[in-house]
Design a protein around this ligand. Structure first.
Ligand code: SAJ
Length: 427
């Protein structure tokens, strides 16, 4: 132990993405020596230039702190360490609806090449239950390392919400699943260097399951809200008011409907939960409902623009949720693809996103000569739009709000026909 009381160790963290980089920097800011590894050289170049590769509140400050104290460096090659943290992507094979564990397997091989007996290996990536035992343990066994005898192993999934990642990484309670008791306790001690929430230790497979249950629970709750929204349209009821009042019940907490569920967690993790089981009806149905919401948005646009030949549609927001720049699995992508197949002209604007698969333009250019404005993401900037400034730019005054963020009175007063998802529409 050092004079300052820190039981500081050398950490090699593999995967400097949305979770890996903040985790690496939090350990570095708290005294540990961290080698952050990413196989993508452009990530390393960006960090070496003193910049962070994506936007996230407090990330810049944390990066400066870790650089100032000399505890963090970024590299493309793994290094020897006391602790190896695997935070690599686990993409969904969309056709098969199963996890692609290629990166986890490759990371385990890299760890095996650099570890010594006594190391602690932490799997942070979200994985189907059983992955630590079925993928990590066999790779290390092939390299001559036996779990519990030669190394410790845990699954330690994060729970932080993008947009507030660093605050939540520090404050949230955390679950650690150990392959054995010593592993769980060693990882708990390590994570206590920055986690202020309570750390609960369980077994490794339970921890893998818990992570997926948490995100699936949220996905199902949103699917229920989306189904309620569709029912409310049939019954000519405003679902947003109805949910607000239903939530006054002490044991009811319905989430919000919307244009669909995006991001790399809720739209993906439920499939990891179901891939090795045949008991998954509610989980699959919820995914189906949420994935169908972009189609509903497109049918709303069709109704609103009926009679307009080759309408021009303005899409506001391509990020998967409010005030973030991440477009992974965003429902906007499906809306845009379907709109292209309809033969509509598209103008797309997102103040938070710099790079996207379709051209992005300013708010003025996106609304100019358009026949229908569609709010897809609930960015703060869109709440602030003054419809009077937009009214003279558009060709036809139609607006669709899929997030309940616009003030209908203001838009109607500016001459717009206003339609909201989950609400009755006079047509
Ligand atoms: N959404 C709705 N209605 C709602 C809430 C969300 O339509 O009421 C949509 C959002 O617009 C977005 C999607 O769901 O498209 C997901 O957004 P989110 O904010 O619910 O969740 P994520 O994916 O950003 O983060 C989730 C969180 N999980 C839970 O809250 C259970 C976070 O804590 C996890 O750490 C993260 O997944 C992860 O990395 O697994």
């Amino acid at each position: 132990m050092r004079d300052d009381g820190c039981d500081c160790v050398k950490i090699c963290l593999l995967g400097l993405g949305y979770i890996g980089l903040p985790t690496a920097l939090l350990f570095a800011a708290n005294g540990h020596s961290v080698a952050g590894v990413d196989t993508n050289p452009s990530v390393i170049d960006t960090l070496e230039r003193g910049e962070v590769p994506f936007k996230e509140p407090l990330l810049d400050d944390l990066f400066s702190k870790a650089r100032d104290n000399g505890n963090f460096h970024a590299t493309t090659s793994p290094e020897q360490a006391d602790v190896f943290i695997i935070a690599v992507p686990t993409p969904l094979d969309k056709e098969m609806r199963i996890a692609d564990l290629t990166y986890v397997r490759k990371a385990a091989v890299m760890v095996a090449e650099h570890m010594k007996k006594g190391a602690l290996i932490v799997l942070e990536s979200t994985v189907p239950p059983g992955t630590s035992e079925k993928v990590i343990v066999p790779v290390l066994r092939q390299a001559g390392f036996e779990v519990s005898r030669d190394y410790l192993l845990v699954h330690c999934p994060e729970r932080a919400i993008p947009g507030n990642t660093i605050h939540e990484m520090i404050q949230n309670d955390r679950i650690i699943g150990g392959i054995d008791e010593n592993s769980g306790l060693a990882a708990k001690k390590l994570y206590q260097s920055f986690v202020k929430g309570t750390i609960y230790v369980t077994d490794i497979r339970t921890a893998e399951l818990i992570k997926l249950m948490e995100n699936t629970y949220r996905d199902i709750n949103i699917a229920m809200a989306n189904e309620f929204a569709l029912l409310a349209e049939d019954y000519r009821v405003n679902i947003w008011d109805a949910i607000a009042l239903a939530n006054k019940h002490p044991r009811v907490k319905i989430l919000m409907p919307g244009p669909g569920v995006g991001g790399h967690c809720l739209a993906v993790d439920p499939w990891f939960l179901t891939e090795n089981s045949s008991h998954s009806r509610i989980v699959s149905l919820a995914r189906e409902i949420n994935d169908s919401m972009p189609n509903h948005v497109v049918s709303m646009i069709k109704e609103v623009t009926a009679g307009i030949d080759s309408p021009t549609v303005c899409i506001l927001g391509v990020a998967y949720k409010a005030n973030v720049s991440d477009t992974r699995e965003s429902p906007a992508i499906r809306i845009i693809r379907l709109a292209i197949n309809e033969g509509w002209n598209l103008l797309i604007h997102d103040p938070h996103v710099c790079q996207f698969m379709y051209p992005l333009v300013s708010l003025q250019d996106a609304t100019r000569e358009c026949d229908c404005i569609v709010v897809v993401t609930d960015h703060e900037e869109f709440r602030q739009i003054d419809p009077r400034n937009i009214a003279s730019l558009v060709r036809t005054r139609n607006v669709i709000d899929t997030r309940n963020i616009l003030l209908p009175e203001a838009w109607k007063a500016a001459g717009f026909s206003f339609r909201k998802l989950g609400d009755y529409w006079e047509g």
